[in-house]
Ligand binder design. Structure first.
Ligand SMILES: CCCCCCCC/C=C\CCCCCCCC(=O)NCC(=O)O
Length: 816
């Protein structure tokens, strides 16, 4: 009896397995491709736009920076205020450069107002720390007086490279000389009245005031620029460092022998060992240090700063009187040597001679403003009468800008709205969008400088190449070509270039959308940046995939905070704010949000791609009804594919602590989630709270956006057809297939949801798996060939969309 039942169960199981296997096999080999070749563009196949040198050059110039800086010098309060005013104007531009404000202007003698100004400048730097850069140039920014001069038109990158790999421009020695009283521009009240000193321009400051000068709190983005700092001012401080009487520091240095390079180096190391507050220093000295002085050394100190205190000490190291006698030595030491991130460096000239050592700190100071160059380089002129950033005439794309068919509006000072007027008002307009701003470059170890637009091995390197200049310039190039060739559109279309997409587009795209709404405009479809032509990115598909974002993930940025009583590190509580917060972060990272694979447009991706896949992927993807869990797990392995199966968690910032022996009373972290369309902001917060499960961790929302609606990717839908057809016209010869997908990052499209239901996100960039990290990362680049393809893609979009409708497509394909 028992054996009979077992037999029955086994037979039934075998039968089920057989049926399932048969179903899987049948389905694998009968599933029909949904990716049907879109109807080719029958007319004007010859209209291929070849990227000539000029076109590439126009693109390159759009990627370059220009530097505007204040000449090293000594400024009075009024001049500082001028600078301050200018910087304020930048701060008011929400998308201005993140890394444009570099060092502080130097102080003038004993002027508290200077300190106030400098503090304000510091505050302003903090404010602009995280904003993105925008392609705007201050061409006609003119300030009177010698204090503020535009001293450099070289690209920021080349200057930076010089600094990093060679020597700094040798202006520092002159400045030292200036500081020694040789500068005719120095006003008498700047001179020191200290009779004992041979130095001039010595400001007296308390050590409490020094952080204003030395704070490195503005973050790594500014560090690159700090490398360009110069010796500008001398500040007298009560310092004990490097005095011969400081036995603690120099106890191991032989007293009666000339100090040698190594002994001084040793002294600095000792200093660090004995007192954690001090810097990590290295001393480089010239041979034959004496030159008549008993104890002299040239010290080049760089501080691997981890705390403000370290920064401060590194700057306030110290020298002696006699600097004017040692002018040649000063020149030697004024060469800076800064490396790595979060490094604050200062060069020290020590010429110790007398018993009466007089410590003098050398402060490096300078304001450097780097701006981007789009408008000027393209010969747009700035309209300084109304707004110094606005522009009124445009020569780079003369046909576009002179055409009676095209009108251009400047929105919110910097964004652009083009209307290309069609002749047939019965046709619903559409819109192409892109953005002018780029994200900063926190690291400089690129294969080619990030703002020089160098071409290497057929690739144009530069921040903004794929995010998002190839779209902006691809559209303008295509339109210029079409208008030159007598294109007269029937269908009106808009082109919107926002200036602050990288910081949520709330001033640019938002205002453009608002304006269009106020005019009662409703769009047939809108095309913005998105995934692209992906090769080798989607598992199992060997053909390139033109992936079009039909929806966009939402996001929520959360601040997590823990506060405890803090105290002395010798008597710690069992748990610290840092420990508690770290635990919360670990819980979030080890408990990812659950997979919701198959509930959003990513399902459509596989419905379209399964028939194109190689075995065994084809079998698995054609039978998602059976293999969902397996596929979901496999997709979770790689960051790119993981991004489409769930709400992601990225811990992007963590701040706590100021000193080794103080228990941090406060720790905070920033967590950025990208929300899958099947979840909401509230779902995400609820999940996080549950996972963290610790009331000591306070969670606040910094910014959020619900996921965007899913636009139709039915082959009957005009906008979808246009995008798909145009992709195939440009990349079809590679065997490219087109599929809908989910945009894992955010775009300006969130602002346009009221004026169209059909929003598609596609960047005309050909991407290999390793290229995905170039977005916002190192070595952002595009090949010249790909740029040509981008231009042609927009050419086809504009041509295709001008038809009343595309050919009907034969529909098949099915749910998996
Ligand atoms: C099985 C499908 C796999 C899909 C893999 C996804 C591939 C995504 C490809 C490109 C992503 C492009 C990201 C571009 C982001 C640019 C926009 C941006 O930075 N916005 C700001 C922000 O999101 O913070």
């Amino acid at each position: 009896m028992g054996a009979e039942v077992i037999k029955q169960v086994v037979y039934t199981a075998m039968f089920v397995v057989l049926v399932v296997t048969a179903a899987v096999i049948v389905r694998t080999f009968t599933v029909k491709p949904r990716t049907i070749l879109a109807p080719p563009c029958t007319e004007d196949e010859s209209g291929f736009i070849r990227a000539d040198k000029e076109m590439i050059n126009r693109f390159q110039t759009s990627l370059k920076f220009e530097t505007i800086s204040w000449e090293p010098g000594v400024y009075n309060v009024e001049e500082l205020l001028n600078i301050q005013e200018f910087i304020k104007s930048l701060v008011n531009v929400p998308t201005f450069l993140a890394y444009n404000l570099i060092n502080l202007p130097p102080l003038k003698k004993e002027n508290v107002d200077c300190l106030r100004v400098i503090q304000e400048l510091e505050d302003m730097k903090a404010q602009i720390k995280y904003v993105s850069s925008s392609q705007l140039e201050l061409v006609n920014f003119v300030k009177s007086g010698k204090a503020i001069k535009r001293v450099s038109e070289t690209s920021f990158v080349s200057s930076q490279t010089d600094t990093a790999h060679h020597e700094l421009p040798d202006f520092t020695s002159d400045l030292l000389d200036d500081n020694l009283g040789h500068n005719p521009d120095i006003t008498p009240d700047c001179a020191t009245d200290d009779a004992d000193s041979n130095t001039s321009l010595v400001s007296t400051m308390s050590e409490e005031e020094l952080p204003y000068l030395t704070s490195n709190a503005v973050g790594p983005m500014l560090n690159v620029a700090q490398e360009r700092s110069s010796v500008l001012n001398t500040v007298k401080v009560k310092s004990r460092v490097f005095t011969r009487t400081d036995k603690h520091l120099l106890r191991d240095v032989p007293k009666h022998k000339p100090y040698s390079y190594t002994s001084y180096s040793y002294a600095l190391q000792s200093q660090r060992e004995h007192n954690q507050e001090y810097l990590i220093g290295s001393v480089v000295g010239k041979k034959g240090l004496q030159h008549g002085h008993k104890h002299s050394v040239n010290a080049n100190i760089s501080c691997q700063s981890t705390t403000d205190i370290q920064c401060r000490e590194s700057i306030n190291v110290v020298l002696t009187a006699q600097m004017n006698k040692a002018a040649s030595t000063s020149k030697e030491v004024s060469k800076m040597n800064c490396t790595g991130s979060n490094v604050l460096a200062s060069t020290i000239n020590s010429v110790a001679d007398k018993d009466n050592y007089r410590p003098i700190a050398i402060k490096s100071s300078k304001i450097l403003v780097t701006t981007l160059v789009l408008l000027d380089r393209l010969q747009f002129q700035l309209d300084t009468s109304s707004n110094q950033f606005g522009f009124k005439s445009k020569h780079a794309y003369p046909t576009v800008h002179k055409s009676p068919l095209v009108s251009v509006e400047v929105i919110a000072n910097y964004s652009l709205l083009y209307t290309v007027h069609g002749s047939n008002s019965a046709l619903k307009p559409y819109m192409l969008t892109g953005h002018l701003d780029v994200v900063p470059v926190p690291e400089d170890d690129w294969d080619a400088p990030p703002f020089a637009a160098e071409i290497k091995n057929g690739f144009i390197y530069g921040r903004g190449t794929i995010d998002d200049k190839h779209i902006v310039f691809g559209i303008l190039e295509a339109l210029e070509f079409l208008l030159k060739h007598d294109f007269k559109p029937e269908r009106t279309f808009y082109i919107g270039f926002g200036h602050d997409e990288e910081v949520a587009g709330e001033h640019g795209a938002f205002r453009i959308a608002e304006l269009l709404t106020s005019r009662g405009i409703h769009l047939d479809f809108l095309l913005d940046e998105g995934p692209g032509v992906l090769s080798g990115v989607i598992p199992g598909v060997s053909k390139p995939v033109g992936l079009v974002g039909c929806s966009e993930k939402g996001f929520v940025t959360l601040k997590l905070e823990v506060s405890t009583s803090g105290g002395h590190s010798s008597m710690p509580e069992k748990e610290s704010s840092i420990g508690i917060l770290a635990q919360a972060i670990t819980r979030l990272e080890t408990n990812p949000h659950p997979s919701v694979f198959g509930t959003g447009p990513e399902k459509g991706t596989f419905e379209h791609l399964a028939p194109e896949m190689n075995l065994p992927y084809k079998m698995v993807m054609s039978n998602l009804w059976l293999f969902y869990p397996l596929v979901s797990r496999v997709l979770s392995w790689k960051p790119s594919t993981n991004s489409i199966v769930r709400t992601t968690t990225a811990v992007t910032q963590f701040n706590a602590g100021i000193k080794p022996n103080i228990i941090a009373p406060h720790a905070e972290a920033i967590v950025n989630h990208r929300i899958h369309p099947s979840e909401t902001v509230q779902d995400v917060i609820d999940f996080d709270k549950k996972v963290i499960n610790d009331d000591r961790v306070k969670i606040t929302i910094i910014q959020s956006q619900e996921p965007l609606p899913v636009s139709s990717y039915d082959d009957d839908v005009f906008g979808w057809q246009i995008v798909k057809t145009s992709i195939l016209q440009v990349w079809g010869h590679y065997g490219t297939v087109v599929a809908p997908g989910l945009m894992p990052a955010n775009t300006d499209t969130r602002h346009y949801t009221e004026i169209t239901e059909n929003i598609y996100r596609f960047s005309p960039s050909f991407m290999l798996p390793e290229d995905l990290s170039r977005f916002h990362g190192r070595n952002e680049r595009i090949s010249t060939k790909n740029y040509e393809e981008a231009v042609n893609f927009f050419y086809h979009v504009i041509k295709n969309a001008d038809k009343a409708k595309l050919e009907p497509v034969h529909k098949h394909g099915e749910e998996l």
